[in-house]
Write a protein of this length. Structure first.
Length: 330
């Protein structure tokens, strides 16, 4: 085991479900090596699904041309581990001192021999997806450490609600927000709504617009796009659509009370003509029925009678078809 003052290890294992956190850990290892003068050139990165173990070990054992430590990162190493577990156990039990091997994988159970060996001779880091309060705390700490701003807890919760739980997407929004507030030291929930809120509205209103137009195929395509680009979409779908329907009802009520279409458009970050068409395409009764159906869908999902994707697809087909039928009969 390495005993250098920088606590540099010869073997690292970085595993878990959160790709963003795994990248952060690997980058942190590399920065530590570079700052300690143990690495003169960049890491060699290999694809664990394609590379063979002999190539990996040859790379680790080869001395760097610039005289520093040889750094080899094997991404998606699960297949390599499954195929060469015994040989990896043997190497990790007695790794070379001139190189550092970093295995990045999805799973490395603590009860496996390889996990135990690397924990003894090197370092193992688990990167699970952050949830609940841990995610809020991460957002606050990340904003303070990387962007020099204080993110209010309510603002962090709002950001999570709008963007989802992808750390990469959340970090991108923190970057934008830190620029948006300029010299102000704090980021509020209002700042988050002003800058990031339009993403949620674009997704939800894309579906509700297609429903109002009686365009089943477009509504379903929009739903598929949301699923493809947002891993958290199924968990947030029913609540998100209900939020969008309630927002439309509120806007329609404000319009009926005489509010300017331009003022309403500013609330939802859209063109006044687009909003007018959106409001003209729905009725209060129709929106109330949508809310009722979403409540039933939510109950069915929670009691195991259906899945979120199936429930949303049925909801889309029912309400877009209803519009089409009404127009045809008229």
């Amino acid at each position: 085991m390495s005993t250098n003052p920088c606590d540099i290890k010869n073997v690292y294992a970085v595993f878990g479900a959160d790709d963003f956190r795994k990248r952060e850990v690997v980058d942190g290892i590399w920065r530590t090596l570079a700052e300690c003068g143990a690495a003169e050139d960049g890491p060699t990165r290999l694809d664990g699904a394609e590379v063979d173990l002999a190539t990996v070990l040859d790379e680790v054992r080869t001395y760097s041309l610039l005289g520093g430590r040889r750094i080899v990162v094997v991404h998606d190493a699960d297949k390599l581990i499954a195929k060469h577990r015994k040989a990896l156990e043997k190497y990790c039990a007695a790794p070379v001192d001139s190189g550092t091997l970093i295995l990045v994988c999805n799973s490395l159970p603590a009860n496996t021999r390889l996990h135990k060996i690397i924990a003894q001779t090197g370092r193992v880091t688990k990167c699970d997806a952050l949830k609940g309060r841990a995610l809020i705390d991460w957002l606050v700490q990340r904003c303070r450490a990387d962007y020099g701003k204080e993110l209010e807890s309510r603002a962090a919760a709002t950001l999570r609600e709008i963007v989802g739980t992808s750390l990469g997407a959340l970090d991108g929004e923190l970057d934008k927000l830190s620029t948006y507030v300029r010299e102000r030291p704090r980021i509020s929930a209002a700042d988050v709504e002003a800058l990031a809120g339009h993403h949620r509205e674009d997704d939800i209103f894309g579906i509700t617009d297609a429903l109002a137009a009686g365009d089943t195929s477009t509504a379903l395509a929009q739903w598929e796009r949301v699923l493809a680009t947002d891993r958290a979409a199924p968990a947030r779908a029913v609540g998100g659509l209900a939020w969008g329907v309630r927002r439309l009802m509120n806007l329609k009520a404000q319009a009926a009370d005489g509010a300017s279409i331009h003022a309403l458009a500013r609330q939802v970050y859209t063109d006044p003509r687009v909003l007018k068409r959106r409001l003209d395409g729905v009725t209060v009764g129709g929106l109330q029925q949508q809310l009722s159906d979403l409540l039933e869908a939510d109950l069915a999902v929670k009691t195991g009678l259906t899945t979120v994707p199936s429930a949303i697809e049925r909801f889309i087909v029912k309400h877009s078809t209803a519009v089409s039928s009404t127009r045809c009969s008229a």
